[in-house]
Structure formats: C-alpha cells, structure tokens
Design a protein around this ligand. Structure first.
Ligand code: FES
Length: 111
C-alpha cells in the first residue's frame, strides 16, 4: 500500500489516503474529493488532472511519455514537477507519495 498525501493549492489542507499499487492517481484523488476535474477521463486531451508531485517522489514515479509532456506544456501553473495524474499508476513498493494541487484548483472552486 502507498500512503498518498494530497496538499491543497494554498498549502493549508492535507488529506491522507492509502491506495494499492496499480491504482491510478486521478481515481484516488477524485475518490478523496480532491478538486481535479479529469474531464477527458485519461485520454490526454484536457490537462485538468494536472498535479504537482513532491520533488523527492517525482523521481520515484515512472517517467512521463512525450505526449504527456506536450500536454503539460499547455497546462497553467506548470512546474518542473508537474504530472498528469491520469497517467500515473502507483508503482509497486512505493511507500508514500505527496501531491499538491496546482493553483487553478482554487479558482475552479470559485474562490
Ligand atoms: Fe484529461 Fe488527464 S484527465 S489529461
């Protein structure tokens, strides 16, 4: 099991859930009520599932495909540690994963 920690865009809220290897990060986040729309359901056509991965955890994840990189270039508030959560399946043996919501998440909630 992996302990997944979600940090809100303003950094004030932390939610923790346990998830099994092979689970998709977008699904885990949505089940936990995180503000990720994931409009295209993982078809790599929207980038509304953009998250920022903890720097140390970033290297522990399988690398992004070229298509994912291209789509990330179009997302707002992108950082070096940005990923599309619909493309991340928890690898075997990952103890914990910390993920931050990007800035826009707050705007989408009308704040
Ligand atoms: Fe659309 Fe991830 S859900 S790109």
């Amino acid at each position: 099991m992996t302990r997944v920690r979600f940090i809100s865009a303003d950094g004030n809220r932390v939610d923790e859930v346990e998830a099994a290897a092979g689970a998709r990060l977008l699904d885990i986040a949505q089940a936990n009520g995180q503000p990720l729309e994931g409009t295209c359901e993982g078809q790599m056509a929207c980038s509304t599932c953009h998250v920022i991965i903890d720097r140390d955890d970033f290297a522990r994840l399988p690398e992004a495909s070229e298509m994912e990189e291209d789509l990330l270039d179009l997302a707002a508030s992108v950082t070096r540690w940005s990923r599309l959560s619909c493309q991340i399946y928890l690898p075997e043996g990952l103890e914990s994963l910390t993920v931050k919501m990007p800035g826009e998440a707050r705007n989408m909630q009308g704040r």
